[in-house]
Ligand binder design. Structure first.
Ligand code: SF4
Length: 198
């Protein structure tokens, strides 16, 4: 409409601003959540079967569930170990039913017995030939300190003089339950291993 040479706008600028503001507010109100990706990346079968974990968890689980013991039992504690392997205590429940005559196929040494200095080089050689990573359970008083024979000139006062020990089981001899408890303690220790720090 033209009045005295001026064009009068149909809508006032305030009205234009108000309508524009209403539009912006409506868009803001409807944009509170992100729009989901419409693409389907996984099939239903995959979505229900993927399990995420760490390399350490898988490696440590497999190592602690399949400890293979090397045959190296110098004295009488060995009979308690044999009992632990038999049906009443049944070490195979821990994946340990396989005893290896070859140290290269074993990763656990259970030092069931008195160790003399004459026998020590052979035990150390067996340990050195075992596969890495490897562990040692010192079973019985003789294995820990030399036991009854600690003052003897011929007895090693503890296996830890020649090889590193992970778990100690006291007793003369320790009962199979004590040995099984030591195995559980060793499994807990293995579960905390870090592949990177190794
Ligand atoms: S701790 Fe006792 S049972 Fe075991 S090896 Fe020594 S003397 Fe024998």
């Amino acid at each position: 409409m033209e009045v005295e040479g001026r064009i009068t706008p149909v809508y006032s600028s305030a009205e234009v601003d108000r309508v524009e503001g209403q539009g912006v507010e409506a868009l803001k109100a409807s944009s509170k959540q992100p729009i989901p990706d419409p693409d389907v990346w996984l099939t239903e079968e995959l979505r229900e079967n993927i399990f995420l974990t760490t390399v350490d968890a898988v490696l440590n689980w497999s190592r602690r569930s399949s400890l293979w013991t090397v045959l190296a039992f110098p004295a009488c504690c060995a009979f308690e170990f044999i009992s632990a392997m038999a049906s009443r205590w049944d070490m195979s429940r821990f994946g340990m039913e396989i005893l290896r005559a070859s140290p290269r196929q074993a990763d656990l040494m259970i030092t069931a017995g008195t160790l003399t200095w004459k026998m020590a080089p052979q035990i150390k050689r067996i340990y050195d030939q075992m596969a890495e990573p490897k562990w040692v359970i010192a079973m019985g008083a003789c294995a820990i300190t030399g036991g009854t024979f600690a003052q003897s000139y011929s007895v090693v006062p503890g296996y830890n003089r020649i090889i590193p020990v992970d778990v100690y089981v006291p007793g003369c001899p320790p009962r199979p339950e004590a040995l099984l408890n030591a195995v559980r303690m060793l499994q807990d220790k293995i579960a905390k291993m870090s592949t990177v720090s190794r």
